[in-house]
Design a protein around this ligand. Structure first.
Ligand SMILES: C[S@@+](CC[C@H](N)C(=O)[O-])C[C@H]1O[C@@H](n2cnc3c(N)ncnc32)[C@H](O)[C@@H]1O
Length: 252
């Protein structure tokens, strides 16, 4: 039986080593990473701030991290990921930010790392295409921890795969996605990778993982987030944000 609360390792082998192929098979993903960065850039903190502390969940090879770094000069980022094969690419892709000490990469699972963090210690938690990979129970615990570590008034922003609530429409979107995989991987003559991405898609779509938009937003409100909002949607790719109430007192 699958425990709903553990961290999985879904990014190993070819899918991880050649992850940046995503830019070709899903250009909408790169666009959503850019939007996550813009959302961070547009954020006005409801308190005085000299340096913005941001935690990124699941940085992968650094596609979204680069957008976050570009979003504002005052940002200091800690990015956590549990896949060594993804992190080694991030180290190369983000070498300048690492050298400038604007970025720290941490190899750990998201929940374990969050649990080690003090209450009210970051201004923003940002993520792209990581949270949908989590098992439902694990995802809920991560979101509870995100709320705990945010400063009162802090922001959570996530660009991710949120399944369309209408099951028939979601099926159609998924079928179009599969067709696009076949088209691109055939053009590239990479049937080996096609297999990996299809297998991964089955994981995303499984009952243990699938993140449907409405229940996901409702769960965030239930956990205690405020201003839970959908900003943008293109098929399954959606940008959401939420805040922590500024009335919640910081831990002594
Ligand atoms: C689809 S990739 C997205 C990478 C990156 N955010 C981007 O926008 O390209 C998901 C990333 O989340 C990481 N991940 C998945 N589950 C995780 C967990 N429980 N803890 C930490 N990282 C996790 C994976 O290793 C992978 O690098």
């Amino acid at each position: 039986m699958i425990s709903k609360h553990h961290a999985e390792h879904l990014f190993e082998g070819a899918i991880a080593e050649e992850y940046e192929i995503l830019k070709r098979i899903c250009p909408a993903a790169a666009d959503l990473s850019r939007r996550v960065g813009l959302c961070v850039g547009d954020w006005t903190p409801p308190y005085p701030l000299e340096q913005l502390h941001l935690l990124e969940i699941g940085c992968g090879t650094g596609i979204t991290t680069a957008c976050l770094l570009a979003s504002r000069e005052d940002v200091l980022i800690e990015s956590v990921d549990n896949a060594p094969a993804m992190l080694s690419q991030a180290r190369q892709n983000l070498a300048a930010a690492l050298a400038a000490k604007r970025l720290r990469l941490i190899e750990n699972d998201a929940l374990s790392h969050l649990r080690e963090m003090p209450d009210a210690s970051v201004d923003i938690v940002a993520s792209a295409y990581a949270v949908h990979n989590f098992l439902h129970g694990y995802r809920r615990r991560v979101l509870e921890e995100v709320l705990r570590v945010l400063k009162p008034g802090g922001l959570f922003v996530n660009g991710d795969r949120y399944a369309v609530d209408d099951a028939a429409e979601h099926l159609k979107n998924t079928q179009e996605e599969v067709k696009a995989y076949f088209r691109v991987f055939t053009e590239m003559n990479r049937i080996d990778l096609l297999e990996q991405w299809i297998v991964h898609l089955f994981s995303d779509e499984s009952e243990e993982h699938i993140m449907r938009l409405r229940p996901a937003l409702d769960a965030m409100t239930e956990i205690g987030f405020q201003n839970v909002s959908l900003h943008y949607r293109d098929g399954v790719n959606a940008l959401i944000s939420a805040t922590k109430s500024s009335l919640i007192a910081a831990a002594p």
